[in-house]
Design a protein around this ligand. Structure first.
Ligand SMILES: C[S@@+](CC[C@H](N)C(=O)[O-])C[C@H]1O[C@@H](n2cnc3c(N)ncnc32)[C@H](O)[C@@H]1O
Length: 375
């Protein structure tokens, strides 16, 4: 049966519970377990309505030396996993291959969110060290791909990306995913719907040799809220529902259908109200975001000055993490007042707060075997 992602279960792994136990929650953690990293803001695609459009316009990136020294600092800080994301396209950074190899050889797990155009350049390194590589596709045909994921130089990248995925499928140690962002006219930018390709794209993903197919809703800035779910017409969502329901039959042990946590809300249009009645965000003590333009406490606040801890191009990671500014930002970032978007980690926050309380009350917390560092 297709599954909604379950990130809460990951908190019950020994290394996470240990971290929760050892953290002085009044003062903050000594290091995050997971870092999301924008190595570069450059991108070879120009996707309409890209959530990182403003950031890509900056075209910033870490210098080669700094990216590599950052890898060493993250390892030394005790970071367990790094997700290469964007901003731009992570594989466009000139020394990303060395960076990935360093992490892999030092037991820092690696996850990659990529547009797939440069997988062939780093095929061996990705195959050896990436725990998961998720390729953003959003289409089953070249025509739709070219509309939603056009390249900056005008050449279609569709067949190249599909071939890259096939190559990776043959040699990878980790998992490979096909990401499908549902889009309709409501996304703006003259976008045409890709809904009728959801099922075909999943078939294609399976044929390519992906381990999973992920279907997710899009965000935009709306009503004063960053990352608000785009509200689509009922008719479009009825059609999307039909396609999404058909996916269930494709789910097997070797090919998983993953539905984003907030997909249901997008399909039904029924708001899943999140009562964030907590004043600090525990997840931000365990995960963080490092970008060329600064370190931010969370990806929802990427590029937002009030949530910026400092500049990793100028300061060491330890200085940033343990500094006064991070404490101030964490106190300012009161989720009950600031986080008006649908937060994918709200349930994780509730659970961490429950675990902290249970531990304080001397209650046992059940541990699960370690299976996934990407909490
Ligand atoms: C901005 S891209 C950067 C990484 C890489 N270049 C890629 O294409 O995957 C990261 C993810 O953001 C998602 N994304 C882009 N625009 C979005 C939007 N408006 N709403 C939700 N997700 C979006 C893409 O589907 C992609 O998986």
């Amino acid at each position: 049966m297709a599954q909604k992602m379950n990130i809460v279960k990951k908190l019950f792994q020994g290394f996470v519970l240990d971290k929760i136990k050892k953290t002085d929650w009044a003062n903050g953690s000594t290091n995050p377990l997971v870092v999301e990293l924008d190595a570069t803001e450059a991108c070879d695609l120009a996707c309409p309505g890209c959530v990182s459009e403003d950031i890509i316009a900056n075209k910033g990136r870490f210098s080669n030396e700094r990216l590599l020294s950052l890898g060493v600092e993250l390892k030394e800080a005790g970071v367990k996993a790094v997700i290469l994301i964007g901003g731009g396209e992570p594989l466009m950074h000139p020394v990303i291959g060395n960076f990935m190899r360093y992490l892999g050889e030092h037991d820092v797990h690696l996850g990659i969110t990529t547009n797939g155009t440069l997988i062939d350049k780093y095929l061996d390194t990705i195959a050896e060290f990436s725990s998961w590589t998720r390729i953003s596709m959003d289409a089953a045909t070249q025509q739709t791909f070219d509309r939603l994921r056009p390249s900056r130089n005008g050449d279609s990248k569709f067949h190249h990306v599909v071939n890259n995925m096939r190559k990776l499928a043959r040699v990878k140690n980790g998992k490979m995913g096909f990401s499908f962002l549902i889009r309709t006219e409501a996304d703006g930018f003259g976008i045409k719907p890709n809904i009728n390709e959801i099922y075909a794209a999943a078939l294609m993903a399976r044929d390519i040799g992906c381990n999973y197919f992920e279907v997710k809703p899009s965000y935009a800035y709306a009503g004063g809220i960053d990352h608000a779910l785009v509200v689509h017409s009922e008719e479009r969502m009825r059609d999307a529902r039909k396609e999404v329901d058909r996916l269930n039959a494709l789910d097997t042990d070797s090919f998983k259908i993953m539905k984003a946590i907030n997909l249901e809300e997008s399909l039904t249009g029924v708001k899943n109200a999140q009562n964030k009645n907590y004043h600090r965000c525990p997840v931000s003590e365990l995960r963080t975001l490092i970008c060329p333009s600064g370190v931010f406490i969370c990806p929802y606040w990427r590029g937002k000055e009030n949530f910026r801890i400092g500049d990793a191009q100028k300061m060491s990671f330890a200085e940033l993490w343990n500094g006064k500014r991070r404490k101030e930002v964490m106190a300012f970032a009161n989720p009950s007042q600031k986080c008006m978007f649908h937060c994918l980690r709200h349930e994780s926050n509730i659970e961490i707060l429950r675990i902290i309380k249970d531990l304080k009350d001397g209650k046992d917390v059940d541990v699960v075997d370690e299976y996934d560092r990407f909490i």
